[in-house]
Write a protein that binds this ligand. Structure first.
Ligand SMILES: [Fe+2]
Length: 201
């Protein structure tokens, strides 16, 4: 058994993300994290009894041996799974229930977008920006470095934008802000809201 990449329900996100970047990102980078995660888990004879999210929430069950490598690739697997899951080639309205939550926590959708992009512009080196739920179901925006996932810090991610250069550099070069502004137009907020509902505690 092994963990598998999610299946994309779109073939192209052009012109928001060019096909070459999408292909390399999904078929090379994401595959590489998935393959390495499975390799390191096989090395410790992991039984795949638990979901990768459970594993990320309970890293103590992993032996110290190879833990760093497993966590890096587990984060890479989970972060990319969420990133690709979040994207869509079919633009939709934001569910009113989610919009109400965004208004409650961020003031308005435009303020939410502005804060999210400002945070993503602050990522030093490689990392991600996430919309997360905390333990009281409150929404907030956080950054993580490299492949750290919010689960490692007690948060549940429901939306992310990959801010590693491999996510945008071929098309946008150093214009990270342009990438961030454009990608907001291909976020599937139905899925973001579904994850919110699935994770309410
Ligand atoms: Fe990536």
């Amino acid at each position: 058994m092994e963990y598998k990449r999610i299946t994309l329900d779109y073939k192209s996100l052009d012109p928001y993300i060019d096909d070459r970047t999408l292909d390399l990102h999904y078929n090379a980078h994401y595959r590489n994290y998935t393959d390495k995660l499975n390799k390191y888990l096989n090395d410790i004879n992991y039984d795949y009894k638990d979901s990768p999210i459970y594993l990320a929430k309970h890293i103590d069950i992993l032996p110290m041996e190879n833990r760093d490598e497993i966590l890096f690739n587990l984060g890479g697997y989970l972060n990319h799974s969420l990133y690709f899951y979040n994207l869509t080639n079919k633009k939709k309205d934001i569910p009113i229930e989610l919009l109400n939550l965004i208004n409650k926590y961020f003031g308005s959708f435009s303020l939410f977008k502005e804060e999210f992009i400002d945070m993503a512009m602050e990522v030093k080196g490689s990392g991600y920006t996430f919309l997360v739920m905390d333990k009281n179901n409150k929404l907030r925006i956080i950054n993580t470095s490299n492949q750290d996932t919010p689960y490692y810090y007690g948060f549940t991610p429901i939306m992310t934008i990959d801010v590693w250069e491999h996510a945008y550099y071929l098309k946008y070069t150093y214009l990270r802000k342009k990438y961030l502004e454009n990608i907001f137009d291909i976020i599937d907020f139905d899925k973001v809201y579904k994850l919110y509902l699935d994770n309410i505690v």
